[in-house]
Design a protein around this ligand. Structure first.
Ligand SMILES: Cc1cc2nc3c(=O)[nH]c(=O)nc-3n(C[C@H](O)[C@H](O)[C@H](O)COP(=O)(O)O)c2cc1C
Length: 177
């Protein structure tokens, strides 16, 4: 029995790889997909990891945070956001990317309980997106003035920003908690 729980979800696999790295190196941590969690009462540290989709966590992660909202106020919380936009910048007067992506989880959690947070790179693979995500990416490129068609996506390069060394820094801090 461990006191630590890692809750995550993934759509295309990057967040799962990171969850596995954490689990391998931390050792004494239970790892569950958000939709599988039925209770958090036995844990004192909850690590929450979600990919960023259009500045939002996955629905299952939001539902987890909502469902356990009260209990999370009694826990130590660590968060990591997996995304592709690792550079901070401004878009339409809004600060986006890098550490600003942490907000997608922070805004749904008791902030004073967050003891550790990090933004970690994932994989963006335009070749494997489902229909809905293809449309989202096409409209994003149109919006930023770089019009593309759905058929072009398959020729776009895969962006692999998974970085085990950076992840290790997060893991080391986690171990020291
Ligand atoms: C439709 C779509 C929307 C995305 N929106 C964002 C975003 O708002 N910010 C960002 O940094 N990355 C964004 N990404 C990149 C993903 O966060 C990145 O590919 C991540 O590694 C996906 O994690 P997963 O493989 O665990 O699902 C988006 C990707 C897709 C396909």
């Amino acid at each position: 029995m461990t006191n630590n729980l890692l809750v995550y979800d993934t759509k295309y696999g990057s967040t799962e790889i990171i969850a596995r790295w954490i689990s391998e190196e931390v050792g004494n941590i239970d790892v569950k997909k958000a939709s599988e969690v039925t209770s958090i009462k036995d844990y004192s540290l909850i690590v929450i990891g979600s990919p960023d989709y259009d500045d939002k966590p996955l629905v299952s992660i939001s539902e987890f945070m909502k469902k356990f909202n009260k209990e999370l106020k009694e826990k130590k919380i660590a968060i990591f956001v997996v995304c592709n936009d690792l550079e901070e910048g401004e878009y339409k007067g809004k600060q986006i990317g890098g550490k600003f992506n942490l907000e997608i989880l922070r805004r749904e959690l008791p902030k004073e309980n967050i003891i550790l947070e990090d933004v970690l790179g994932g994989v963006f693979n335009p070749k494997i997106l489902d229909e809905n995500d293809q449309e989202r990416i096409v409209s994003f490129f149109n919006e930023i003035g770089k019009p593309i068609k759905k058929e072009d996506l398959v020729f776009m390069p895969i962006m692999n920003k998974l970085d085990r060394a950076k992840c290790k820094e997060f893991i080391n801090k986690l171990k020291a908690v």
